[in-house]
Structures are given as structure tokens and as C-alpha cells.
Design a protein around this ligand. Sequence first.
Ligand code: ATP
Ligand code: MG
Length: 291
Amino acid sequence: MRGPQGPDPRAGTDAAPPAAPTPSPLPLTVLKLGGSVITNKDDNRFEVRTTALARLAAEIATARRDTPQRLLLVHGAGPFGHTMVTRYNIARGLTPPRGVEGFVRTHHAVQELNQAVLDAFRDAGLLGFPVQPSAVIQQQNRRITAFDLGLIRGLLQLDPEVIPILYGDMVLDHTLGASVVSGDAIVAHLAAALGATRVALGTDVDGIFAGDPKLDPAAQRFERVDRDNFDQVRRAVRGATTVDVTGGMEQKLLEIRARLAGIEVAIFNANRPGHVELALRGERVGTQICF
Ligand SMILES: Nc1ncnc2c1ncn2[C@@H]1O[C@H](COP(=O)(O)OP(=O)(O)OP(=O)(O)O)[C@@H](O)[C@H]1O
Ligand SMILES: [Mg+2]
């Protein structure tokens, strides 16, 4: 018991050691694997490209071994989202008679694709943890108005090995009943809110070109997009040649411009073996974008 004369003389021995300085967190990368990479989007078939997924998961595992970083993965939907939404005619709201059914079935379809991604991650020894977008995001008129980041922050703090995985989904919408949230919008929101160091968007073309390279194979690629050439680039980008209800390349660029000022973003071809690995190592791949 402490006497009236002053501090307990044993205090020095019992006192807790000075707290170690909290290590600064590892840099955070947000990586997107487009639906055009992990599904047969070109053929508009509900098929997971399991061989590509296995290669991509292995590249992520290899890159993370020698380039320590926290990683957050978002994947696109391909036909599992875009084609379902088109079939049920719910891109602009839950139109009767089958709108609600379409909302529910589309969510099931993208979850099925998400399970395939989780399986590939597990097989590569990665600790992917699914975060269901419809459980944490709400929208108004197809724009994100609420995004509960608690689970994602908690997973990233728990251990840098854990990789939260989100995906393009259908979520409740205060104006439209339910609406699509694209993987690109999720990437932009998360990278801005969590202070990502790097954003890498893997798709099925080598970056942003002066015309859709699938329609104009001679179109030149932009090495870099910034404020100086934005107007020129803006005129060159279109949606997609495939079924894409969230605006393809055009909307990707606009999401980046709206939310990711000051963050280095790469749009690159994840169908090229080794390019996801290079992107995670911070090497230049595809078109670099910074506003
Ligand atoms: N100027 C352009 N440069 C490059 N690609 C372009 C351009 N204009 C349009 N595109 C199209 O953008 C497509 C990529 O966007 P898309 O949204 O389809 O891919 P994704 O994000 O991988 O798929 P998902 O939306 O299913 O996740 C390319 O396949 C290409 O056809
Ligand atoms: Mg798209």
C-alpha cells in the first residue's frame, strides 16, 4: 500500500516498460481483377476462368512474399453481374414484374463468382476474407452514400496477411430500391477512404488507348493520364464492347478522377502473365494515371 510519504519505492520495478512505438502500418494496395479477366466476358458466358484465377492468386502470393504490403482485393462481375442485370432489366431500378427477383438472383450469381475467387486464394495459401458489399454499402440513385468500413479496417489491422475481398454487387438503393455498385466504384471509394498508396486495376487491355483497342487495334496507348491530357483521353474512352452496365473504361476513368486525386493508379492487362506480380511490386505496367 502506498504510504503518505510519497511514491511507492517499488514502483520502478512494478511499472510497465515504456510502450514500444507503434510500427507504422505497411503500405496499402488496392488491386482490382476485372470481370474481363476472371470470367469469359468476351463470350458472355457464365464461366469462371479457373486457370487464370489460379495463376493470378499465385502471382499475388509470390509478390507479397518479397514486397510486404497490406492488400485489399476487389473483383469485377463479368456476365455474373452485367448479363444478369441486363436480363432482368434492372440497371436503372427494380422495374416490375421481376425486378426484386433480379436483384436477389444477381446477388447470388456474383457471390458464386466470389466463392471461386476465395477458392483460388485458398489454394494459393492466401488468407482472403469475403466482405459482402451489399451488407456494408447503401446507395442513392446508383451512387454510394454509406459504406461501413469497420469490418475492412478490422481485418487489415488483425494481420497484414488477411486480404479483404469485395466485388461488384447489387445493394439497397434509397431511390431505386436496389442498384448495381461496380467494382470500380468500390475500389475508388476504399482507396480514398483508407489512404491506399497504390491502386492497380487489372483488365483485359494494356491500358487506356486513343480508341477502344478491341475495335481499333492500331490505336496508340497513353503512357500517362493526368490533368494536362485528361480532355484528350476523355474523348478517346468508351464503355466496353462486351455487356457492361457500369460504363466500362469510361466510368473507370471518371471514378478515378472523382475520388483518387494524388494517388497513383495503374490500368493494366491482367491477362498477361506476370503483370499482376509486377503491379504489386510497384513496377510500371499499363497506363499510369494521377490527377
Ligand atoms: N480508349 C479505350 N482504351 C482501352 N479500353 C477501352 C477504351 N474504350 C473502351 N475500352 C474498353 O474497356 C474495356 C475494359 O472495361 P470493362 O469494364 O469491360 O473491364 P473490367 O473492369 O475488366 O470488367 P468488369 O466491369 O466486369 O469488372 C476493354 O475491354 C475495352 O474494350
Ligand atoms: Mg466494367
